[in-house]
Design a protein. Structure first.
Length: 59
């Protein structure tokens, strides 16, 4: 079940992409879910799709 204030969804990725995310998550002491959220937020911020402070929180 999703955490309060969060929505769940299914994500299909190639095994090599998931492997890379798993390694990165381990290196940064995060869960795979938290790591994916960080990567998505970073990508959105880089593209100007998040307002200042939007999408921040503990991941």
């Amino acid at each position: 079940m999703a955490s309060p204030g969060k929505r769940a969804f299914l994500l299909r990725v190639k095994p090599e992409v998931l492997d890379a995310v798993e390694r990165l998550a381990a290196d940064e002491l995060r869960s795979v879910n938290a790591q994916l959220e960080v990567l998505v937020r970073e990508g959105l911020a880089k593209r100007g799709r998040l307002k200042k402070g939007e999408g921040e929180g503990k991941a």
